[in-house]
Design a protein around this ligand. Sequence first.
Ligand SMILES: Cc1cc2nc3c(=O)[nH]c(=O)nc-3n(C[C@H](O)[C@H](O)[C@H](O)COP(=O)(O)OP(=O)(O)OC[C@H]3O[C@@H](n4cnc5c(N)ncnc54)[C@H](O)[C@@H]3O)c2cc1C
Length: 337
Amino acid sequence: MIMVFCQQDDGNLHRVGLELLSKAVELAKDIDAKVTAVTVGSDISHLATTLTQYGADRVILVKSELLEMYNSDLYTKALSEVVEKEKPEIFLIGATQLGRELGPRLAARLKTGLTADCTHLEIDKETKLLLMTRPAFGGNLMATIVCPNHRPQMATVRPGIFEPHTSDTVKSAEIVEYTPSISFEDARIVVEEFFEKVREDLDITQAQVIVSGGRGVGSAEGFEKLRELANLLGGTLAGSRAAVDNGWIDKDRQVGQTGKVVKPKLYIAIGISGAIQHLAGIQEGTYIVAINKDADAPIMKIADLGIVGDWQPIVNGLIKKLSKKASKEDDYEMARS
Ligand SMILES: Cc1cc2nc3c(=O)[nH]c(=O)nc-3n(C[C@H](O)[C@H](O)[C@H](O)COP(=O)(O)OP(=O)(O)OC[C@H]3O[C@@H](n4cnc5c(N)ncnc54)[C@H](O)[C@@H]3O)c2cc1C
């Protein structure tokens, strides 16, 4: 059996769980296995239908009022009970902040290995082992890791790597409710309240157009210009790690190996050199426009279109052109109405 942990927040499923369910359906064919989705929480019964649509043969709802809010001690205990009972061959978790905390704790509890932050999964045709691939040595090579002697074979997988697919046929799945033997005393940390961060922009993993800035942009004010360009293009703003370290953009908008993997149609990289760790976050098939004053910057070698020069007059020019176009379109709309 392949088990997929499907994270929910406030009764809404995180997309990465659905991505992994779809991948699990594919992997399951190679080892002739069934796919089980497991989700944890308090009021979660309504999620079973969606999990079935995305390919689960079986859905386990791990329910308790103590699990209403995420708590790593309680989640680890509850999930380890389920894994010990069900004995899956493979256990997949999305590499969200929650998944990155939960995965290693769970693996330690289950005395198995974990390959963190995978970007590729497949089954070895001969050994039937899960081949878990992730960037290594600062992204300079890809390492494929196997877990031959312990079960389950565990991996956390980055969001945005696999496409979620609903099943072509109307599926029915076995729905199981599981009450874990957890108590308040099992939690060493008490979560009293969650403060939700208000997200102003679209999640970068979902954006079709991304305007991304690096150290070369030089300031937070520079990023405001980039935001203006992104808005005119109907896109969103992202950045390199250098931009995040400088405090010009939030960490959740970082593209790259230690940030997020993106696959927009258009990626405009401004003042970004194109370090391998940054490029690890841009999926193939993306049209890359690079604006850089250095014609020999590595980004220029992979860009579909390279514009050499200081970013400011180039971006100002683009904003001017696009604003004119937008106001002409508005005039046209007004004239028609
Ligand atoms: C383990 C590890 C993980 C990492 N993970 C990530 C990651 O997830 N994401 C990430 O981005 N990085 C990551 N890094 C860091 C990465 O190696 C680079 O240091 C970083 O990407 C550099 O950011 P940058 O391109 O913005 O800055 P720089 O490399 O300093 O490049 C700035 C660019 O701006 C250009 N420039 C300067 N002024 C102008 C101007 N006025 N107009 C136009 N162009 C100009 C320069 O020519 C230069 O090419 C990681 C590193 C390690 C070791």
